[in-house]
Write a protein that binds this ligand. Structure first.
Ligand SMILES: Cc1cc2nc3c(=O)[nH]c(=O)nc-3n(C[C@H](O)[C@H](O)[C@H](O)COP(=O)(O)OP(=O)(O)OC[C@H]3O[C@@H](n4cnc5c(N)ncnc54)[C@H](O)[C@@H]3O)c2cc1C
Length: 379
């Protein structure tokens, strides 16, 4: 396998580095402190073609593949994990679900607006009492004439308040029946649909995470994605791709923390020498280099398989599991290398440390990834 970045990937990375230096980096801590979700930034990212990376050009997207998508998410996350998370959720969850399972009319209706970032997308699976155990969801949709009426709540939803459109998975059959759930598209302004509480989080603070509430919310049958009863199975497929996103996000955070740690270790002198000359420090840098490379190879393997439309459930779970745990470890070691300065907000590593932790939780915890990996191994 040759995973040398193509010329296109290198150009994308350079574009994001140039853009990130002027439009993201100066605001990172201000957005983090205030928990501001910078909607206008996403409009700018839309103009660069980064909000519809995988969407074919005929629907207004960039028509790129998963390897380029990994470049996009990881390069953005080197600047700010929260912006990377929002870009990932918009691209691979909401947009990705409509792209994979929408009919032609639905794709024409929603994808151009999402790909240009005229509309921000959300994707609602998780509920207050059902995270890992999504099949037990309580949010229901019942048929009423030609329409569906949704009642219930979703929580922890990226862009749950600010979204213009959301893909929502609701129960249309029996509890724990994998064919008992259906995916609906719900537009902002639909009566009975509102955003709820916004979470006050440890990290990823510039990425909005909020409840979505549905009260007697009437949705036309034309907004059902795919077949009635296929919502859960569709979601698992969407999450296979989504896990590549979180692996890429983890990779970007780990690289950002590593770069900061290398630079600091060469500049900081103790005992009349740079701290990088101490084996105790350089061995941490060696572990970072090795583990980031291994995480990158797993991520690129899953992305390449996704491009080739080969089943990659296990590889996506491996990439997500390993890369996210590496991000937490690298960020932790980076804080250690910075010593007391690493514990302050004057240096970037404390934020990488806080942001990294989400990666072992969102889109399936590390434990759930291990369940997926073991299930495939035991087949
Ligand atoms: C910042 C953020 C953004 C998010 N964005 C979205 C979004 O856009 N859309 C969306 O639908 N969801 C989103 N989520 C929700 C996320 O996917 C869930 O938080 C995650 O799936 C875990 O669910 P939970 O929080 O309910 O934890 P739980 O499922 O309650 O798990 C608690 C603990 O128990 C463990 N556990 C559970 N079951 C098992 C088991 N069978 N074996 C071993 N261990 C187990 C878990 O690994 C975990 O350690 C987001 C979450 C966060 C924090």
């Amino acid at each position: 396998m040759n995973f040398e970045p193509t010329e296109e990937q290198q150009q994308i990375a350079q574009t994001i580095r140039d853009f990130g230096k002027k439009a993201i980096l100066p605001h990172v801590m201000e957005w983090d402190e205030s928990q501001e979700f910078p909607v206008s930034l996403f409009k700018e990212l839309g103009k660069l073609g980064l909000m519809g990376v995988l969407v074919p050009e005929q629907y207004g997207g960039s028509g790129l593949g998963y390897l380029e998508y990994v470049t996009v998410v990881s390069e953005i996350a080197r600047f700010c994990g929260a912006i990377g998370l929002s870009v990932a959720a918009h691209n691979s969850l909401c947009t990705g679900h409509i792209l994979q399972f929408g009919n032609e009319e639905q794709k024409q209706r929603w994808l151009p607006k999402l790909a240009s970032a005229e509309w921000i997308g959300a994707w609602g699976l998780t509920e207050p009492n059902t995270g890992s155990d999504a099949m037990n969801m309580k949010c229901v949709a019942r048929k009423d004439g030609d329409d569906w009426i949704i009642d219930g709540a979703k929580c922890w939803i990226t862009h749950g308040k600010s979204c213009d459109v959301a893909v929502v998975i609701a129960r249309t059959g029996d509890v724990r029946d994998s064919h008992g759930m259906t995916a609906f598209v719900v537009e902002k302004g639909t009566p009975g649909f509102s955003g709820g509480k916004k979470e006050n989080k440890l990290g990823m603070r510039a990425s909005e995470t909020a409840e979505m509430i549905f009260t007697n919310c009437r949705i036309p049958a034309a907004n059902v994605l795919g077949e009635v009863g296929d919502g859960f199975i569709q979601s698992m497929k969407v999450l296979d791709g989504g896990r590549i996103s979180i692996a890429a996000l983890s990779l970007g955070i780990a690289k950002g923390a590593r770069d900061a740690a290398i630079k600091y270790s060469k500049e900081r002198y103790q005992f009349d020498q740079p701290i990088s000359s101490f084996q105790g420090v350089s061995f941490k840098l060696a572990d970072m280099a090795t583990e980031i490379e291994a995480a990158e190879l797993l991520t690129l393997q899953a992305a390449d398989m996704k491009n080739r439309k080969v089943k990659m459930t296990q590889q996506a779970a491996m990439a997500k599991y390993y890369a996210s745990e590496v991000a937490v470890k690298v960020a932790n070691d980076a804080v250690q290398i910075f010593g007391g300065y690493g514990y302050t907000k004057d240096f970037p590593v404390e934020k990488f440390y806080r942001d990294a932790k989400l990666c072992t939780i969102g889109e399936g915890t590390s434990e759930i990834q291990k369940i997926v990996i073991a299930r495939e191994a035991l087949r």
